[in-house]
Design a protein around this ligand. Sequence first.
Ligand SMILES: Cc1cc2nc3c(=O)[nH]c(=O)nc-3n(C[C@H](O)[C@H](O)[C@H](O)COP(=O)(O)OP(=O)(O)OC[C@H]3O[C@@H](n4cnc5c(N)ncnc54)[C@H](O)[C@@H]3O)c2cc1C
Length: 392
Amino acid sequence: MTFVVAGASLAGLRAVESARRTGYRGRIVLIGAEDRLPYDRPPLSKAFLDVDGPGEVAPFHPEAVLRDELGVELMLGAAAESLDTAAREVTAGGTAIRYDALVIATGAAARRLPGARTLRTAEDAVAVRTALDHGARTVVIGAGFIGSEVASAARKRGLPVTIVEAQAVPLARAVGEEAGAALAELHLAAGTDLRLATEVTEVTEVTEVTGVGDGVRLATGEVLPADLVVAGIGAVPATGWLEGSGLALHERDRGVVCDATLAAGAPGVYAAGDVAHVPNPLFDGEPMRLEHWTNAAEQGAAAARHALDPASARALEPVPYFWSDWYGHRIQFVGTPRADEVVVRGATTLYRRGDRLAGALTVDRPREIMKYRRRIAARAPWSEALAFAGAA
Ligand SMILES: Cc1cc2nc3c(=O)[nH]c(=O)nc-3n(C[C@H](O)[C@H](O)[C@H](O)COP(=O)(O)OP(=O)(O)OC[C@H]3O[C@@H](n4cnc5c(N)ncnc54)[C@H](O)[C@@H]3O)c2cc1C
């Protein structure tokens, strides 16, 4: 029996680990486009960018653990090129590999803007850090979480940084307008120049110091001088290799459309992590494609169990969770921001859907957020959550 995992990052690694934990003893092939062992992404925009951050991006496990302890055949630096669901074959690096069970965990790639860097891979992080080490004047395009963390890293070094955001309120889609406006204050308090409702028209020329754009031209005609320009404008599912496979890909972003058990619509094929659209029964079956660490880890493990033993497949109903660190503050979010009402109570924002608590955001309240997470999972009434927030 052969278990193939396409994508050697968090979801793919958790799939492999989970397969062995559940007692699977057959062959495992892990295919990864990057020429690196699986590594963790959240630190890339946090500790790694610090002056005294780690010098290298460390893998989750040394190669020996993957090969010898987990018994994984590694195909790194080899992108999966196509999938034939009838023949049950994945082609990667010119070789066809027959699978009995397959987990698709190819994640997402940063959306690009000509002339600007992105921050998605270890190589990206090294380039951004090198520019910061040279004292780069930084412009971040897009006030999302990763861009905000880059701005935070620059300010921590005392470097000038501007964030240009097209929307009037940052993060409106991720956390709603109320919380987005409150989070914008963290930038201002830290001395980041935040330009909202501002369009970028181009990133100009290349400098010698960092090899990136030397300025960002705005629709107003103003040019923001920069040695480092980072675009944090979202990510797109890495599914080019699945075009023509017959799997359903989402009409908007081409992510893999799954059911609530992560099944991708062909025998033995499941998907997990940033690449997957999955309906969540906890939120009226709302389809969700999450770009969150915990989701990728949990789905990766579940997808392997389900792929190797389809009879055991169960619908997942997770409470989405993510965190982000800016300027020494920990921002945490659970649930969904798509709500009928949003109530701000100091450092906590609560989201109501119907008569239930649907989401919660906190700043610097790590113990509280998990209590909200449990309430959302238990479908707790809104009135009870409000009372808890009042007493907390
Ligand atoms: C800088 C950064 C900071 C982050 N910080 C946070 C945070 O603070 N909190 C949080 O909750 N989440 C955070 N995230 C999100 C989190 O890291 C992702 O949700 C997680 O990495 C998703 O894992 P994944 O395995 O699904 O996909 P990815 O990590 O995207 O991995 C997919 C892998 O598949 C490979 N691949 C792509 N195409 C192919 C192919 N055809 N064949 C083979 N391999 C392929 C890719 O090269 C990649 O290695 C952050 C992400 C980034 C980039």
